[in-house]
Design a protein around this ligand. Structure first.
Ligand SMILES: Nc1ncnc2c1ncn2[C@@H]1O[C@H](COP(=O)(O)OP(=O)(O)OP(=O)(O)O)[C@@H](O)[C@H]1O
Ligand SMILES: [Mg+2]
Length: 504
């Protein structure tokens, strides 16, 4: 009988070898062992033929299908396999298939697109989730992704779609000018700033006092904000921390200017501060009993602030504001696209800071309703710890005011560029990240995956996923829960948000 027709033989051939020989056994011994085995098997078969029993291994079930597989419905080919549908609740599915199937966040909020794993619609509203989802401690959102993945498109969809819910949208700095058409389409306003343009914003404008805050407390609050802004601007231009005497000089100059401006019945200006700092005698006199010569110590400061007044930003932030803040407009954006044309980024970053300071101070009314503040291209600011500090102070305030911040960066390592491990800049950036309960990660470059995984605590599956995301598709980490969401654009949105137009 030919060997292949004997089922016992065929079953054995499927595995490597039925005989185990320890490592290091020489060939002669192995051959002898094989011979012994073959003889034992032949003997067993002969015995079985006499007694009518099969050896145990020959009784094992062996595959009986041809190599082409089963035929008919059981072949699972050509969609002929029919299994009864198994139904379960999403909560059970989430337990059975963690990460693949999420329980969902509920149906409240604006429609974003499709939850890729659950094959369901995905909606999101940070204000609704606040207090409803465990660990969702704030409404802020961080959005990270490489160029052209659709980050701005998602932010604009947030804006456009949440206006229908009565939310207002503020874009304090739009370095590409891409938000202007969106603001116009929504019946909002856009303020363009740049050399030769008539728009002016005074970042030292005082915010209107909320009725619940006593007058004296509010004056202190405004002073604190102005000092924070001035300190941040000076530190950014100087590229270093301020000396103690420089802090004092800034304090004293600000107090003097505010007093003089109140006397004259106008608002203080950056130019007034720069002017005071540039007059050593005036500062020394105002400082009174402070030891040392403040005037000399303030020399660097005076030059730093001079840039805001006479440098590339001349006029823009050193004059009374030409626009009054209208709290009822559905959307307001500040277009800075005319700035930053030269290679140096600092001018644009300083302008972003002044513009944000102006807008944020106008948003202090707790009765202003729910508002989005969108920091598109925020990665530029993240490199300057001084500006980060100002931003973080603002974020802390915004939570009590019903404001959700949306910060758009390229890489998560942008957050790390604020300083070395343990430095103040790094601590600030990590604080900002901790203040974002929602993190949306669009595609990241391969060399960024490690940093992203470490910063966000991603699982290996999630890390793998973010390196393969296509345009408009992101990993959403909402208070530790994960979703892969495809953002869907309406054709009208696609037309309005198109930033690729010039590429076609
Ligand atoms: N979900 C989407 N479906 C289809 N097209 C999209 C989607 N999201 C974005 N786009 C298109 O992709 C282009 C680039 O998008 P967008 O400007 O939002 O990218 P970005 O990530 O903000 O880029 P950058 O980093 O340069 O600012 C736009 O023209 C936009 O219309
Ligand atoms: Mg963009």
């Amino acid at each position: 009988m030919p060997q292949q027709h004997r089922p016992g033989r065929r079953a054995r051939r499927a595995s490597a070898s039925p005989l185990f020989t320890p490592h290091g056994t020489d060939r002669a011994s192995r051959r002898a062992a094989r011979k012994q085995l073959a003889e034992a098997e032949a003997k067993a078969r002969a015995a079985a033929a006499v007694h009518g029993t099969e050896p145990a291994e020959a009784q094992m079930p062996t595959p009986t299908y041809p190599s082409s597989g089963r035929s008919g419905a059981a072949s699972a080919r050509g969609s002929v396999l029919r299994l009864p549908a198994h139904r379960m609740t999403t909560a059970v599915a989430a337990g059975a298939y963690p990460f693949l199937a999420e329980g969902g966040l509920g149906a409240d909020g604006i429609y974003i697109g499709r939850d890729v794993h659950a094959e369901a619609a995905f909606t999101f509203d940070p204000f609704t989730l606040y207090g409803k989802v465990e660990g969702f401690t704030n409404p802020n959102v961080l959005l990270a992704g490489v160029i052209g993945q659709g980050k701005s498109a998602l932010a604009k969809s947030f804006a456009l779609r949440s206006v229908a819910f009565g939310y207002r949208v503020y874009v304090p700095c739009d370095p590409k000018g891409e938000w202007t058409p969106v603001a116009q389409a929504l019946g909002g306003t856009s303020i363009a700033l740049g050399p030769g343009l008539p728009g002016r914003l005074n970042p030292l404008d005082a915010a209107p006092r909320p009725p619940s805050v006593p007058e004296a407390d509010w004056a202190g609050e405004i002073r604190k904000r102005r000092l924070l802004l001035l300190g941040s601007l000076a530190r950014t231009v100087l590229g270093r921390d301020l000396m103690p005497m420089e802090h004092t000089a800034l304090d004293i100059a600000l107090d003097g200017v505010v007093k003089a401006a109140a006397h004259a019945g106008r608002t203080p200006l950056l130019g007034d501060i720069a002017h005071t700092l540039a007059q050593p005698a005036l500062l020394d006199q105002a400082a009174g009993t402070v030891s040392g010569h403040l005037g000399d110590a303030a020399r660097d400061l005076a030059h730093a602030l001079r840039r805001m007044v006479h440098g590339d930003l001349a006029g823009m932030f050193d004059a009374p504001s030409t626009v009054a803040f209208d709290p009822n407009t559905p959307m307001l954006s500040i277009d800075l696209s005319r700035l930053g044309g030269s290679g140096d980024d600092t001018g644009l970053v300083l302008a972003m800071t002044c513009a944000s300071a102006w807008m944020e101070s106008a948003l202090t009314d707790p009765r202003g309703g729910r508002r989005w503040i969108v920091y598109d291209e925020a990665w530029r600011i993240l490199r300057h710890p001084a500006l980060l500090q100002r931003m973080q102070a603002q974020w802390k305030l915004s939570r009590g005011l019903g404001i959700a911040n949306l910060m758009v960066v390229h890489r998560l390592s942008d957050l790390l560029s604020a300083g070395d491990a343990g430095s103040q800049g790094r601590a600030l950036a990590e604080g900002l990240l901790a203040d974002c309960s929602t993190r949306i990660v669009y595609r990241q470059e391969t060399d960024q995956l490690h940093a992203a995984a470490a910063l966000l605590g991603l699982t290996s599956v999630e890390t793998e996923a973010i390196s393969h995301l296509s345009r408009g598709r992101g990993l959403w980490k909402v208070a530790g829960r994960s979703f892969i969401v495809q953002h869907l654009l309406h054709p009208a949105e696609q037309h309005l948000f198109d930033t690729d137009a010039r590429m076609h």
